[in-house]
Design a protein around this ligand. Structure first.
Ligand SMILES: NC(=O)c1ccc[n+]([C@@H]2O[C@H](COP(=O)([O-])OP(=O)(O)OC[C@H]3O[C@@H](n4cnc5c(N)ncnc54)[C@H](O)[C@@H]3O)[C@@H](O)[C@H]2O)c1
Length: 448
């Protein structure tokens, strides 16, 4: 079986090299030629732990790259569509998927062979069985389920642990137009046994993806709301409030060996600067607007977004409450990516904080182990000074906002103690040991 993957961004490249690593022959197609050249030379166009090695190990063996969708489709039996689905005017823009389908289905029609097309991009529920099916059947005069398979196989990898997530999936969701296509996908995914497979309708598969991201986003906004309440209650301590919540036997289980077991999802029940990245904000917005379009008022989802949008401003107010106004002050922002172990700054809340600080007249100094090139590109019109060493930002600033829990920031206390013990710290991620700093405030702290 030969697989083609259209779109070699975060999802597509990870998917392609992981399948290749598992022994499947894969043809990856990318239309951005500079990205394609990088991949051809064995270099991913973004950072993801372990990905470069997998790419280099499989390149020109199980993994071949191309700039031609038609060639890839011609030489394969299944095509995974992994192109971007950005939000445009509060709605998911399906033009990237439709553009890819145009090329894929043209080739399927020309070669007159049954081919399984799989939507891996995240699309609003109903898109595949309405928009894409209609497009294929009307534009090409063929029948979905008979002449071509149309499936949905959402992707749940998390940036920062994408390779591991893909190689060890917790579940595989398969929506399909027909039994042949479903069987082809089951065969493809055999290499990931024993991962459980859930067989669903295309629309259910699409809704599962949005439900998953909206659930975790909701946990984050819930934590931020509780934290914001605690900030107005002198004497309330947010970490202890959460510890009290986690001790509930419905969350923490006492195992037979006497150890306590906590589910991973509690890592989302932590206040911070708000969620970002290419998925959570976009997917919650898309589900909310999908709900509105079908006559459902998504009150909770709207609030999740509202709480999230306010968080950078809230973090700034916490800093101002503790350390005064930042006009003409030297202020550092530590961590620019939307999460640690990633150079992705899409919808990163640190970027919003940088903009707010600049608007307040602060001199902004920025540091991130990986995301500086992307930030320089995005904020090229702003006056920001970037540093390559954490120690240099510390010595330059009066206050630093710590926005991402990068590994090297866990030793921030030692660096601050040796360079500038009086440095003001705003812990926007609530992970530092407050007792190790002279001047410290965190999300959840009373600051009025
Ligand atoms: N990034 C994540 O963590 C993540 C996780 C799960 C799902 N998703 C979803 O997966 C999809 C892709 O996300 P991403 O982050 O990989 O996007 P991305 O923007 O990083 O990558 C998409 C790639 O597709 C390429 N492309 C677009 N049209 C093409 C065409 N016709 N032929 C060849 N290449 C084409 C683009 O040049 C780009 O490199 C989105 O729908 C996203 O919501 C993303």
């Amino acid at each position: 079986m030969i697989l083609s993957v259209v779109g070699l961004g975060y999802v597509g490249l990870t998917t392609a090299v992981c399948f290749a690593q598992k022994g499947i022959k894969v043809i990856g197609v990318e239309k951005d030629l500079s990205k394609l050249e990088k991949i051809r030379s064995g270099e991913p166009s973004f950072h993801e732990e372990g990905l470069a090695k997998l790419l280099q190990d499989n390149l020109d063996k199980n993994f071949h790259v191309s700039d031609s969708v038609r060639d890839a489709v011609k030489n394969s039996q299944i095509t995974l569509v992994c192109v971007g689905t950005p939000t445009v005017k509060h709605k998911i823009d399906l033009s990237g998927v439709l553009g890819a389908l145009q090329e894929i289905v043209s080739e399927v029609c020309a070669s007159k062979k049954f081919h399984v097309v799989v939507i891996k991009s995240t699309v609003v529920p109903g898109s595949t069985d309405s928009v894409f099916r209609e497009f294929i059947e009307q534009e090409f005069n063929i029948t979905v389920g008979k002449d071509i398979g149309l499936c949905v196989n959402p992707e749940f990898l998390r940036e920062g642990s994408a390779v591991q997530d893909f190689l060890e999936p917790d579940r595989i969701i398969i929506g399909s137009s027909d039994k042949n296509s479903e069987n082809a996908l089951v065969k493809l995914y055999e290499v990931f046994k024993p991962a459980p497979i859930l067989f669903v309708s295309n629309t259910t598969a699409e809704l599962i993806k949005y439900t998953s991201n909206s659930f975790f986003a909701t946990l984050i906004s819930f934590s931020n709301e509780i934290s914001n309440i605690a900030e107005h209650l002198p004497g309330a301590e947010i970490n202890t409030v959460l510890e009290g919540l986690f001790m509930d036997r419905r969350i923490t289980r006492l195992q037979k060996n006497g150890n306590f077991e906590r589910p991973d999802l509690i890592s989302y029940i932590r206040p911070g600067i708000g969620f970002g990245g290419s998925c959570f904000p976009k997917d919650v917005r898309a589900l909310a607007s999908c709900a509105e379009a079908i006559g459902v008022n998504p009150k909770l989802l709207k609030s999740v977004l509202e709480v999230n949008d306010y968080q950078p401003q809230n973090v700034l107010s916490i800093g101002e409450g503790a350390f005064g106004q930042f006009r003409d002050k030297s202020v550092g922002v530590l961590g620019l990516s939307f999460k640690s172990n990633s150079d992705d700054i899409r919808e990163s809340k640190s970027i919003n904080l940088v903009e707010l600080l600049l608007a307040k007249g602060a001199n902004v100094y920025a540091y991130d182990p990986m995301a500086i090139p992307n930030t320089k590109e995005l904020l090229r019109d702003y006056h920001i000074k970037y540093f390559e060493k954490l120690a240099d930002v510390i010595s330059m600033c009066e206050t630093v906002f710590v926005c991402v829990d990068w590994k090297e920031f866990h030793q921030l206390d030692e660096l601050v103690a040796s360079i500038k013990p009086e440095l003001n710290i705003v812990d926007a991620k609530l992970f530092l040991n407050r007792n190790k700093f002279q001047n410290y405030i965190a999300v959840g702290d009373s600051h009025f």
